[in-house]
Design a protein. Structure first.
Length: 232
């Protein structure tokens, strides 16, 4: 085996091992007794990293998204969900959970780890937004270039870069991503993006249509006796 072949073999093997570690880690998790509809607090299984929640914390109306940062449809729907989240920020709580599909999106887990590392410095949503908004710039980059790009995003949002680089590789972040993925599998997620409104999975024809999504949210707000936004 010549030097070039050996390098290719080594890189390929490392990629397979990384995938096996991720999938085996998520499959070992026992989430059978976990309520996927509840906001997840920090615990041992999720690396002591709680759900990322925006909007009205504690609201009786919850919209949960299972997303893959490298998934084009997820990036396409992101601006619409962000706009609706802003409109309903005083009425509902919105949760984002990681569901990286590594078989088709090899950079997805690294992107998720990047967002989680930013979260450890209190800037999860800022990084979440940056990653989606610039998906086309990093999606096809090889590993090292991808990492340099993500470090650039970390600098843009004012993170401590030394801490960021250390945190990205933490086992706790891998645990968090695996935990989210396991919750998604339990909830019945088969692809991304997937949305659940108060525990009920929404059809793409609903979450992909602003009017239908707002109607679904408004229906849940009325059931919970929560006043609708002033402008709707």
């Amino acid at each position: 085996m010549n030097k070039t072949s050996w390098i290719i073999f080594t890189v390929f093997t490392a990629g397979i091992l990384a995938l096996l570690v991720f999938t085996s880690g998520s499959s070992r998790l026992d989430v059978s007794k976990v309520d996927t509809n509840a906001i997840q607090v920090a615990n041992v299984q999720n690396g002591k990293i709680a759900d990322h929640v925006s909007g009205k914390i504690g609201s009786k109306v919850t919209l949960v998204e299972y997303g893959d940062f490298q998934c084009p449809p997820c990036a396409s729907i992101y601006p619409k969900i962000k706009a609706i989240s802003e409109q309903y920020k005083d009425q509902i709580q919105v949760v984002f959970r990681n569901f990286p599909i590594a078989t088709s999106h090899p950079n997805a887990k690294a992107a998720a780890a990047t967002a989680e590392a930013a979260g450890l410095q209190g800037k999860y949503w800022e990084m979440h937004d940056k990653i989606y908004e610039q998906q086309s710039s990093w999606s096809e980059l090889p590993g090292n270039e991808r990492n340099v790009f993500f470090e650039g995003l970390a600098k843009e949002i004012g993170l401590d870069i030394t801490k960021f680089n250390n945190d990205v590789a933490k086992v706790s972040i891998t645990d968090k991503i695996n935990y989210d993925y396991a919750l998604g599998k339990k909830a019945g997620v088969q692809g991304t993006p997937s949305f659940y409104l108060n525990g009920v999975q929404l059809e793409s024809t609903t979450f992909g249509d602003d009017a239908k999504l707002k109607a679904a949210i408004n229906s849940e707000l009325k059931k919970a006796n929560i006043a609708l936004p002033a402008i709707n």
